[in-house]
Design a protein around this ligand. Structure first.
Ligand SMILES: Cc1ncc(COP(=O)(O)O)c(C=O)c1O
Length: 384
């Protein structure tokens, strides 16, 4: 009898992600790729030097399971300085293989079969499959269409005795909205009487515009005590391919998190951790990141101002959403394919961030690109 290769899928609904599809299409058609969210410019050469120095110094073997102490110390110092919460680097901070692994491992640590986990749609594409892989049930609550602000009435209505956790993301991918102090306070008030845990995805924490500041769950004691605060060095230092992030959480949460982490990735690569730790000594690079990206946002928005696209607000992250309904009544997916193949600029349809494919005639561009790449894309888009 031949071996039966028909596997029963844990994720039967999952196919190739839209990011891979659109990047492939962009490549085949020579389109400027403003779809997938990664910079097309290099990181600070001093960071590469610091990693190289660590490799040459022989720091190439397994690090401590939770991450090298120097990097955990640097993260704790940053969280204290920026958000005023003291995390113990020994017991409350763990270095992960990117924010994605941090979120998945947090879910593995807290979710049991029958537990519900709330996500606010549109949302980053790994959340829902990770909840399912952890044995949980995904409960989707839409952000307010148009503004993409949290809808606290809908959120309150979605809470049940089975709700184990909620995942939030500010600054937000894909919409670029940023939670206000009032939003954070309302969330704290809503969760206070419950045992619901919070996974706060803050990977764009250093990209907030127009003088606003990022507000972390770490700043609200009622939230911090139940939160896994997650961030990504990949986003902050223009090294998305290095896949290194961190999670900060109170000791009992971290204790359970590390049990899963230990037998999952175990450790994250050593020289990169040392390089990041050395580089973090200079806070300048992340403290100036908002200005750096605001210039790019402004260049891109100024260029698009002369097109029939309606620009949605962009308060943070490196994404600009536009409403194209004045140009076409095609679905957002078809419109993105047309834009890529006929106009030579790739974008991502917002419906890809909704399980039900909600189509608002809105698409997302990534402006984490060289000024020349943005100019090139704008040359093409201004012909619309
Ligand atoms: C909202 C959000 N969370 C998490 C991630 C993943 O971060 P990392 O590459 O560090 O896993 C991304 C990357 O695009 C993201 O946009």
């Amino acid at each position: 009898m031949p071996f039966n290769t028909q596997l029963q899928s844990r994720l039967p609904q999952v196919g190739t992600t839209i990011f891979t599809v659109m990047s492939g299409l962009a490549q085949r058609h020579g389109a400027v790729n403003l779809g997938q969210g990664f910079p097309d410019f290099d990181c600070d050469p001093r960071l590469v030097n610091a990693v190289e120095a660590a490799m040459r110094a022989g720091l190439n073997q397994y690090p401590p399971m939770a991450g090298v102490p120097e990097l955990r110390d640097a993260v704790a110092k940053k969280l204290l300085t920026l958000y005023g919460r003291s995390y113990d680097a020994g017991n409350e901070i763990t270095i992960t293989a990117g924010a994605t692994q941090a979120i998945f491992t947090a879910l593995l640590a807290i979710v049991h079969p029958g537990d519900e986990v709330i996500v606010l749609e549109p949302c980053y594409d790994s959340y829902a499959p990770n909840i399912v892989m952890a044995g949980g049930t995904v409960v989707r609550v839409p952000l307010v269409p148009g503004s993409f602000k949290p809808d606290f009435e809908a959120l309150a209505a979605a809470l049940t005795p089975r709700t184990r956790a909620l995942i939030i993301n500010s600054p937000h991918n894909p919409s670029g909205t940023v939670w206000s102090a009032q939003d954070m306070q309302r969330l704290a008030d809503l969760l206070r009487p419950t045992d619901v845990m919070l996974i706060s995805d803050e990977v764009y924490e250093h990209m907030v515009f127009d003088g606003h500041t990022h507000l972390s769950a770490a700043q609200w004691p009622d939230l911090a005590e139940r939160s896994f605060v997650v961030s990504s060095f990949g986003k902050t230092y223009h090294v998305t391919g290095w896949k290194v992030g961190f999670v900060a959480a109170p000791a009992p949460l971290t204790h359970e998190f590390r049990k899963q982490h230990q037998f999952n990735v175990f450790t994250v690569n050593t020289p990169v951790q040392h390089g990041l730790a050395a580089h973090m000594a200079d806070a300048e690079s992340y403290l100036t990141l908002s200005d750096f990206y605001q210039q790019k946002r402004d260049q891109f928005r100024a260029g698009l101002a002369h097109t029939p696209f309606k620009l949605l607000p962009c308060e943070g992250s490196f994404f600009q959403c536009v409403d194209y309904s004045a140009l076409s009544d095609q679905t957002d997916q078809t419109y993105c394919e047309w834009l890529t193949t006929q106009m030579g600029v790739a974008a991502i349809p917002l419906s890809a961030f909704y399980a039900g494919g909600t189509d608002q005639r809105v698409i997302r561009f990534c402006f984490a690109k060289k000024a020349s790449t943005l100019e090139h894309a704008l040359d093409r888009l201004t012909k619309l």
